[in-house]
Design a protein around this ligand. Structure first.
Ligand code: ATP
Ligand code: MG
Length: 374
């Protein structure tokens, strides 16, 4: 997919980010890009590279999360034949392949302490040594950009992230605010993605009515621009004809019932976030909840909170939960045994006895009101 090289938005915050991109492009200074998931960190990294003198050389983006250490090390630094079982020949790492270009280290906050140490050595010397090679250090010329959606100060306080590495990476800092703090950007983004999606899917370009525009602008966008893009794409593809009214909007945008109505069981901000990443963001239960739980980044209460919200939605059906949480159908048993093992398997009966929860009622009356007025 061709990476977006255009930052849409007219808020002061976006203008400031554009200035910072221009400034970062003029130098080789290491740059740390921070912001919640989906705010556009990768777009910014890409723009810095494409505005810099390095634009003719490669831009390489590496996701540091979810890659086992040994693999990440050989991906970054390369390896020599025979250095591990599957190393059938010498292989160049990304730092070498990106020579004269830019390497974007995404989700740097997830790097293990061993990899942090290796990266720091490289940043200090500019030299790499392939895995399994005991001589041959190679000097490479790459510009480093890094991004994280974690609070690195908190990670440092917990001794999970090295301070010396942080100060190395944080020479220029670009912080992208969440979309809810720059509501002026919502409509320009919506219109941009309406245009893009209707071109991509070859459907007539719809227009928003003013009620829908107001709803979209006032919504909190927990998944930021990525969520907005998905919502707009779905609206365009469903293409019920010329005008998008408020009643066409997904229900999470329509009734902000999460904040206004009591839930069956109070759910924490964390489990709400996780729930939204799955239901709105389309991410899978295992990556959003399973892995962080195993890594002790989530508590049992968080896990229970997520399952509770899911069961409310599926009215107690664990089978239907699979779909809601983007879990492969074959993983049904795995899910149940995971929940049982950690004492988070909830009795489904109590969810069956709530045929219509308060939030659903509110949502329904809201829909009715809208369909009458709209
Ligand atoms: N200001 C913007 N203008 C146009 N498109 C944008 C903007 N911000 C983000 N996007 C689009 O939103 C999506 C998410 O952006 P991106 O991948 O850069 O987010 P991210 O901050 O890297 O998220 P994550 O932390 O989840 O990796 C992409 O499709 C990107 O093209
Ligand atoms: Mg990203």
């Amino acid at each position: 997919m061709e990476m977006q090289r255009l930052l849409i938005g007219s808020s002061p915050a976006i203008n400031e980010v554009l200035d910072e991109i221009a400034c970062a492009s003029r130098t080789d200074a290491k740059t740390l890009i921070t912001g919640e998931s989906g705010v556009g960190k990768e777009v910014v990294a890409n723009m810095i590279h494409h505005h810099s003198r390095r634009r003719g050389a490669p831009f390489v983006a590496i996701n540091c999360a979810g890659v086992p250490d040994s693999l990440l090390e050989s991906e970054l630094f390369g390896h020599m034949r025979g250095s591990f079982t599957d190393a059938h020949r010498d292989k160049m790492g990304w730092f070498e392949r990106a020579n004269h270009g830019t390497v974007f280290l995404d989700e740097i906050g997830e790097m293990s302490s061993r990899m942090q140490a290796a990266l720091l050595r490289f940043l200090e010397s500019g030299e790499i040594q392939r895995v399994g090679s005991d001589h041959a250090r190679i000097t490479v010329d790459v510009r480093i950009l890094a991004a994280t959606n974690r609070d690195l100060s908190a990670r440092m306080a917990e001794k999970q992230f090295r301070e010396d590495l942080y100060y190395r990476l944080n020479v220029i800092r670009i912080a992208i605010p969440p979309l809810r703090e720059r509501a002026e950007d919502v409509l320009p983004l919506v219109n941009h993605f309406i245009r893009l999606s209707s071109e991509n899917y070859r459907v007539a370009r719809p227009v928003l009515d003013s009620e829908a525009a107001a709803r979209l602008t006032n919504y909190g966008w927990p998944g930021n621009v990525r969520e907005l893009k998905n919502v707009v794409e779905r609206l365009v593809v469903r293409g019920t004809g010329g005008v998008i009214g408020a009643a066409d909007l997904p229900r999470e945008i329509l009734g902000d019932w999460r904040s206004s109505m009591p839930t069956v069981q109070p759910s924490s901000a964390t489990s709400d976030k996780l729930y939204e990443r799955m239901v709105i963001g389309g991410e899978s239960f295992w990556s959003v909840v399973g892995e962080p739980f195993m890594a002790r980044d989530l508590t049992r209460d968080d896990l229970r909170g997520v399952i509770t919200r899911g069961l409310e939605h599926s009215r107690g059906s664990y089978k239907q939960l699979l779909q809601v949480f983007n879990i492969a159908p074959g993983d049904y048993k795995r899910l149940l045994s995971f929940l049982r093992k950690y004492g988070c398997h909830m009795p489904f009966q109590k969810f069956r006895s709530i045929p219509v929860t308060a939030k659903r009622l509110e949502y329904q009356s809201e829909r009715e009101r809208l369909s009458k007025t709209g």
